[in-house]
Design a protein around this ligand. Structure first.
Ligand code: CAA
Length: 380
């Protein structure tokens, strides 16, 4: 556990990096849909791709709270960069730490933590979004190899990552086993037959790389399977528990950024002879925005504390994600209103933040799925 001073230093490093290397370029990357792999690589050299990876696997071995504080800083500068960092740190890393063989940890986890390899995660398919267990991509055994075929959808980092954790069926069409028929494979993206499709043209997070993946006879040796056959769905859900905490912090970063812009704007913008911050209607809006952001941050940090204490985090991660993402959407909507006509224009930063906020209510499980997870936990 870090001391408060050490934690502040890590967060300060993230803030300085974000201010110097991300924030000045975020609008341009958004306009041109440019994924700055060089910036991600620089973050990797500073340790930001191995923040919660244990030190024995070349990570920083930090607690979840410190990681989320750093992620909030990156997200406040550009949520598109935060999602690449967040997926890598949370989902493939968690999967490998928990279930990777010693050889897989050596070959993949350690270089991932050192920032030499970027990883992603592919669960969804065109017909299997919220109902993830209905996925259809198939792996078939051929001697000492598995042969993967199918198409995955909306996978973050899939066109830029060095390796992807991919969920496919290992049960056969005549003996389907539902969630228990899914396994996880570690797929280096230079494997023959792996093809990342054209990056999606998204509403927000335009600098992040999101693409479908075609798997055409991707041949992998047995030892590219992660953990046990048939456990891939459970591993994906565990990874998503960690990932959803990151989305909570990402959403708080977006909301905080839009609040900061709003406070400045309302102090400068004059109507009816005075700064609009002097109108009570504006003050109340800003007060509600700030209060909801604090509540979202507190809930996300509470979930992080539970994770660090080794407690089950499924319920709290779902609560943190749904509350923070809906906060980000609400706060960015208020900000557009405060900015009025200017808020609707691309020249002002709040329009991008509004677009970036929306996906936090959708990916890594929609708000409806988070409520399902919460309700199921309450009924247990
Ligand atoms: N941790 C560990 N195990 C878990 C778990 C968790 N959080 N959640 C479920 N499981 C286990 C269950 O215990 C069960 O195992 P047993 O039968 O042995 O008990 C097994 O997994 C199946 O669970 P369910 O019966 O609950 O499965 P379900 O089909 O009803 O689905 C769901 C549950 C919560 C709806 C799940 O499908 C879900 O989360 N859906 C949303 C998927 C999602 O988040 N997709 C986003 C993909 S990533 C992305 O967005 C792209 C990107 O790159 C960012």
């Amino acid at each position: 556990m870090l001391t408060a001073t050490e934690q502040r230093e890590v967060v300060e490093l993230a803030r300085e990096f974000a201010a110097e290397k991300i924030a000045p370029f975020a609008a341009e990357w958004d306009r041109t849909s440019h994924f700055p792999r060089d910036v991600i690589d620089e973050m990797g050299k500073l340790g930001f791709l191995g923040m919660i990876t244990p030190e024995e696997y070349d990570g920083m071995g930090l607690d979840t709270l410190t990681y989320l504080l750093a992620l909030e800083e990156i997200s406040a500068a550009d949520a598109a960069i935060a999602v690449s960092m967040g997926i890598h740190n949370a989902i493939p890393t968690t999967m490998l730490v928990k279930h990777g063989s010693p050889a897989q940890k050596e070959k993949y986890l350690k270089p991932m933590a050192r920032g030499e390899l970027l990883a992603g995660f592919a669960l969804s398919e065109a017909e299997a979004g919220s109902d993830a267990a209905s996925l259809r991509a198939q792996a078939t055994k051929d001697g000492s190899q598995w042969v993967l075929n199918g198409t995955k959808a909306w996978a973050t980092n899939s066109g830029t990552a060095d390796l992807m954790m991919i969920m496919v069926r290992t049960d056969q069409p005549n003996a389907r086993r539902g969630a228990k028929g899914i396994s996880t494979f570690i797929v280096p993206t230079d494997t023959t037959g792996y093809k990342a499709c054209k990056p999606e043209d998204k509403m927000g997070l335009r600098a992040s790389n999101t693409a479908a993946i075609e798997l055409n006879d991707v041949r992998l040796p047995n030892d590219q399977m992660l953990g046990d056959e048939g456990m891939g769905f459970v591993y994906a859900m565990e990874g998503l528990d960690a990932g959803r905490l990151g989305i909570g912090a990402q959403a708080v970063g977006i909301a905080r950024s839009v609040l900061e812009h709003s406070i400045r704007y309302c102090a400068e913008r004059k109507q009816f002879g005075k700064a609009i911050q002097e109108f009570q209607a504006v003050q109340f809006k800003l007060a509600d925005m700030a209060t909801r952001i604090e509540a979202a941050r507190a809930l996300t940090h509470r979930a992080a504390a539970r994770k660090d204490a080794g407690e089950d985090v499924t319920l709290y991660a779902a609560m943190a994600k749904v509350f923070s993402s809906e906060t980000a959407m609400w706060v960015t909507t208020q900000a557009i209103q405060l900015f009025g006509g200017y808020g609707y224009m691309r020249d002002f930063p709040v329009e991008k933040l509004f677009r970036d906020a929306k996906v936090t209510e959708i990916y890594e499980g929609t708000s409806e799925i988070q409520r399902t997870v919460i309700a199921r936990a309450l009924a247990r």
